[in-house]
Design a protein around this ligand. Structure first.
Ligand SMILES: Nc1ncnc2c1ncn2[C@@H]1O[C@H](COP(=O)(O)OP(=O)(O)OP(=O)(O)O)[C@@H](O)[C@H]1O
Ligand SMILES: [Mg+2]
Length: 394
C-alpha cells in the first residue's frame, strides 16, 4: 500500500496489524507484535486481552520492602474500556505498568493475548511496547520538537520511511482533531491539545491496548469531557482495549465498561460499572463514590429531626435507592399510589449508567403510610430507608 492509499484509508490503517505485515503494519515493523490467537479467517477475536494471574509486586526501599500488589487475578476483555480506581498508593499505577512491562511482577504472571510478558527478550519487549500504547498525566512531550515531530518520533526510531511517516502522522493528527497544528510547539498548546498529541503519539504503531494513567487529571472539566469523548471514539472505531486509571469517579461512570477497585494492593471488587457503582460491596468503593452522591440539600438537613415534631404536622423523609439491577426504573406514579396522601419530590439524583438507572430519590410523604422496606418489597426501588421527619411546610 502506498503512502497516498494509507492517507485515503486512514481508519483501516489504524487497526491493529494483520498477520505477516501488510495493510496495517508500519513499514519496518512487519508483523510487529502479531499475537498468536487468530481464527481461520485471520481475525483476532482476542487481540487486546490482558490476564493477571496471582500478580504480586514488592518494591525494595531503604525503609524496607514495600508491598504494592498482592494476589491480583483478573481478565481485561479485548475492546473494553477498563477503569482502575483506588485510594492514593493502592497500587493502580504499579498494576497498569505491568501491562507494558514498565514494571515486572515479583510474583505471578501478566499475559497479553495469551503471551507471558516475562518470557519476552529485548526485541519482544520492543514489539510489546508497539502493541501497548500509553498516555500520561503530564503528556511527556518534547518541548523542543513540533507536534509533527513528537508524533513522528516513534516511527522514525522504528525506521519507517519518511513518506510513510508523513502520511501516518497527518492521519493521526486528523484523528485527534489537531489538523493544522503540525508545526506548532507544545508550549503553544492548551492542556487538552497536548493530551491529544500524547494520544496521537501513543497510536502511531496501531496498538491493541492503550494505557492511560491519570490522563485527564491535569485538565479542566470541559477539556476532560472532550478527551474522554476522543478516547471512547478511538475505542469504538479502532476496537482497541483502553485501560485507564483515574481519581475522578465521574470519568469511570461516563466511559468505562468494567472497573477494578484496588485497596492496599488487593482487589476490593471488580465488575461491570453499573453493578459496582450501583451496589458497592466494599468500604473502599463506597468511600471513593461519596463525591458522586447527592448529599441532602442543606436546608433539609437543618430541618431534619429523628422524631415527628410534637404538636405540629410532620412529614416523613424517605430515601429510595436504585442500584441499576433488573432494569428497575423510578415509577413516580406507582410510588405515590403506594405511599398514599401527598408525596413531594425533595431531591432527585438518578443517573443512567450503561442503560441502568442508578441513584436515589428523596421524598416527603404523609405519616402513617407503608414503611420503607415495603417499598422495596413492592419492587418500587431496590432499597429504601427513612431518614427522619421534617415540618409539613419543608
Ligand atoms: N519505585 C518504587 N519504589 C518503592 N516504592 C514504590 C515505587 N513505586 C510505587 N511504590 C509504592 O508502592 C505503592 C503503590 O504505588 P502506586 O504508585 O502503584 O499507587 P497508586 O495507586 O498509583 O497511587 P496514586 O493514586 O497516588 O498514583 C505505594 O506505597 C508506593 O509508595
Ligand atoms: Mg498512580
Amino acid at each position: 500500500m502506498t503512502a497516498k492509499q494509507w492517507a485515503l484509508a486512514p481508519w483501516s490503517w489504524f487497526l491493529p496489524a494483520p498477520p505477516h505485515g501488510g495493510q496495517g503494519t508500519p513499514p519496518g515493523a512487519a508483523g510487529a507484535g502479531a499475537p498468536s490467537g487468530r481464527d481461520a479467517c485471520g481475525h483476532r477475536p482476542t487481540a487486546g486481552t490482558v490476564r493477571f494471574e496471582q500478580v504480586g509486586k514488592t518494591y525494595p526501599s531503604s525503609a524496607g520492602p514495600v508491598r504494592a500488589l498482592s494476589g491480583i487475578s483478573l481478565d481485561i476483555p479485548a475492546g473494553s474500556i477498563f477503569g482502575i480506581i483506588g485510594r492514593s498508593g493502592a497500587g493502580k499505577s504499579s498494576l497498569l505498568r505491568t501491562i507494558n512491562r514498565l514494571e515486572q511482577p515479583s510474583e505471578g504472571r501478566v499475559l497479553v493475548d495469551g503471551q507471558d510478558l516475562a518470557t519476552l527478550d529485548e526485541q519482544g519487549l520492543v514489539l510489546l511496547r508497539r502493541r501497548v500504547g500509553m498516555i500520561f498525566q503530564h503528556f511527556n512531550l518534547l518541548s523542543s520538537k513540533t507536534v509533527f515531530d513528537n508524533v513522528a518520533l516513534p516511527l522514525r526510531v522504528a525506521g519507517v520511511r519518511p513518506d510513510h511517516v508523513r502520511a501516518r502522522v497527518a492521519a493521526l493528527l486528523d484523528l485527534v482533531g489537531l489538523r493544522g497544528k503540525a508545526d506548532t510547539y507544545p508550549g503553544r498548546l492548551s492542556g487538552g491539545q497536548k493530551q491529544r498529541v500524547g494520544i496521537a503519539r501513543a497510536l502511531v504503531h496501531a496498538p491493541e491496548i492503550l494505557l492511560c494513567d491519570e490522563a485527564t487529571s491535569a485538565l479542566d472539566p470541559q477539556t476532560t469531557q472532550s478527551i474522554l469523548a476522543l478516547l471512547r471514539d478511538i475505542n469504538r472505531r479502532l476496537g482497541l482495549t483502553v485501560v485507564l486509571i483515574t481519581h475522578e469517579m465521574g470519568v469511570i461512570r461516563e466511559i468505562c465498561d468494567e472497573v477494578l477497585v484496588l485497596e492496599k494492593g488487593r482487589i476490593a471488587e471488580a465488575g461491570a460499572v453499573w453493578q459496582v457503582f450501583g451496589s458497592p460491596a466494599h468500604d473502599a468503593t463506597r468511600a471513593l463514590l461519596r463525591p458522586l452522591e447527592h448529599g441532602l440539600p442543606g436546608d433539609l438537613q437543618e430541618r431534619l429531626s429523628a422524631h415527628p415534631v410534637p404538636g405540629g404536622a410532620s412529614r416523613r423523609v424517605l430515601e429510595l435507592h436504585y442500584s441499576g439491577a433488573g432494569g428497575l426504573e423510578p415509577d413516580l406514579a406507582r410510588i405515590a399510589a403506594a405511599l398514599g396522601g401527598t408525596v413531594r419530590l425533595l431531591h432527585g439524583g438518578v443517573d443512567r449508567i450503561q442503560g441502568h438507572s442508578h441513584g436515589r430519590l428523596l421524598l416527603a410523604a404523609d405519616l402513617g403510610g407503608p414503611d420503607a422496606a415495603a417499598l422495596a418489597a413492592l419492587n418500587l426501588c431496590h432499597h429504601a430507608r427513612e431518614l427522619g421527619y421534617v415540618p409539613d411546610h419543608a
